[in-house]
Design a binder for this molecule. Sequence first.
Ligand SMILES: *Cc1c(COP(=O)(O)O)cnc(C)c1O
Length: 397
Amino acid sequence: MGVSLPRKELFDLPEGMIYLDGNSLGVLPKGAAERAQRVITEEWGGQLIRAWNSAGWMDLPRVVGDRLAALIGAPAGSVATGDTLSIKVYQALAAALKMRPDRRVILSDNGNFPSDLYMAQGLIGTLDQGYALRTPAPEDVAEAITDEVAVVMLTHVDYRTGRMHDMEAITKRAHAAGAVMIWDLAHSAGAVPVEIAASNAEFAVGCTYKYLNGGPGAPAFIYARPDIIESVQPALSGWLGHDAPFAMERDYRPAMSTERLRVGTPPIVQLALLDAALDVWDGVDMGDLRAASMALGDLFIAEVEARCPQLRLASPRDAHQRGSQVSFAFAHGYAAMQALIDRGVIGDFRAPDIMRFGFTPLYLDADDVIRAAEILEEVITTRAWDDPKYQTRSRVT
Ligand SMILES: *Cc1c(COP(=O)(O)O)cnc(C)c1O
């Protein structure tokens, strides 16, 4: 048995706010700001360059990587941290294509997050060797895994709908067809139990500012299956992935470990924030977290469907096929979300018409969910969204 949920006392959540956007930017954990302050003032300010050794900066990517590994069912030493998720997608994809030189198809799905697809398109252009990106509908992916496919690259939990792929079944199918498997865990890490090593997938990538509460711009991570790491050819062959960075050799020679997936100087302040943020997971049983997340999602669906028939559920109704978010389609979704945010219920909007609500059982309970549904009902039934001030789109939706 793990600790009981929620653990609101571990977070600095603004008074009166119901935050249903932890799937996009997690809440600030208590102690994280203080840790960052210490890194800035004492370590950077006081120790300056010596802090790379004296304050353990050089090891911090690995220390944090090991803590992330524990949350995704990966062994210590198999996760590298740094850069952004888009970069980690590129690294995994480039390495995977090298592993299947006689194949030319990258298979993803049309629900994948744009950046993953854009990075694939960019890589295809750079390689200029006739690679093609195929994006069938998520439910048609398994069928589309043929022996032309070099790499299957999927986001485990769909960012828009919360629909979850069957990681084990798809990985098996990819391997049976001779393809390499990459899982993007952006909406899975810290949201649902993940057993990446058991899945046998070659690579996984993810970000840490969503369910892992690492803060805006928090470092991303990449997992490579330990038995293949020594044959992984890094496309981004930066000096900190070198076997001996401070030997300053002329030619690149990759580290004989996951370190080869590091690129350049690690973001120390962000890593320290993330390291402190990961403390909220101490003692949390992922099975308990999942049960709480499914219950909150089910409750929200029931409450919203009873109160707002104008909204259409855009997520799987069966909690087992859903990640930790629930989405509703509504033609005036953007304006309705702005009205909701004005009333202290924070969700977000994804074009064209999706109102998205994330459920983070570490800092949400059933009362929050019911209150959010009540406020949503008020916005919809009074047409509060039909106010000019809610119609203008901001840069970030
Ligand atoms: C959030 C998210 C991203 C964002 O990538 P960044 O490089 O961190 O901006 C990429 N892919 C997926 C699947 C995401 O959910």
